[in-house]
Design a protein around this ligand. Sequence first.
Ligand code: SF4
Length: 234
Amino acid sequence: MKKHTKEILALLDEHYGKEYVCYLSHENAWQLLIATILSAQCTDARVNIVTEKLFQKYRSPADFAAADLHELEQDIHSTGFYHNKAKNIIACCKSLCENYGGEVPQTLEELTSLAGVGRKTANVIRGNIFHEPSIVVDTHVKRISNKLGLVSGDDPVKLEFDLMKELPKEHWIRYNIQIIRLGREICKAPVPKCEECFLAGHCPSYQPKGQAEKKTAKEGSARRRTGKQGQASL
Ligand code: SF4
C-alpha cells in the first residue's frame, strides 16, 4: 500500500472510527435491499422517512410482489423516479419469492440479476448484511476518492476495481462509511471546507479558503456559457 493511502486511511480511522454504520434504516436484508433501490438520486434521510411507513404497510417481499403498481408509486413518490423504482421493487420481490424462497441472495451475480439492483446496491447488501468485503462507489466515494488522489476517473465500475487494488480488504466496507461522513460534514460539494479538513495535509485537492468558492463560481459561469448542466450524482 502506498504511504499516501496508508496515511489517509489511518486518519479516517482516527477521526471516524472503525465501526460499521448503515445510514439507511432497516431491520433485515430485504428491507435494506428496498431502501437501497429507493436511495438512487435521493437522500438517505428522505428514504428513511418513506420506509418508516412503507415497511409497516408491506411486511414481506411477498407483500411487495403482490403490490398494485400505481399504489406503490404513490407510497414512494417523494423519493423521485417513483415509476421505475416501483416497477423494479415489484419485479425484484417477485424474483426473491419465485427464485430465492423470499430471502435475499448473497453473491454479486445473484444480486445483480434482480430488477433495479446494480453493483452499488449489491455491494451495500454484501457489506452490510453478509459482511463480505465490498466497496460501494456512491457519489461521495467517487468524488472524494478522486480529490484525494487515490484513484482517477468517473466510471463507477472502474473506480470500484481501482479502489479494491488500492485499499487493503479490511478497509473496504468502512472506507465507504467514513467517506460518506467526510462528504456530508467537510468535503461538501460544490465547496469543500478544506480549512477544517483533517486530511488537508495529505490531499492534492486542498484549496485555501476563498479559492474553492471562486473556482466553483468560475465553473458555474463556464457551464452557463456552454449551456452544459452539472453531472447528476449517482
Ligand atoms: S482537503 Fe478539501 S478537497 Fe481534500 S478531502 Fe479535505 S475537504 Fe476535500
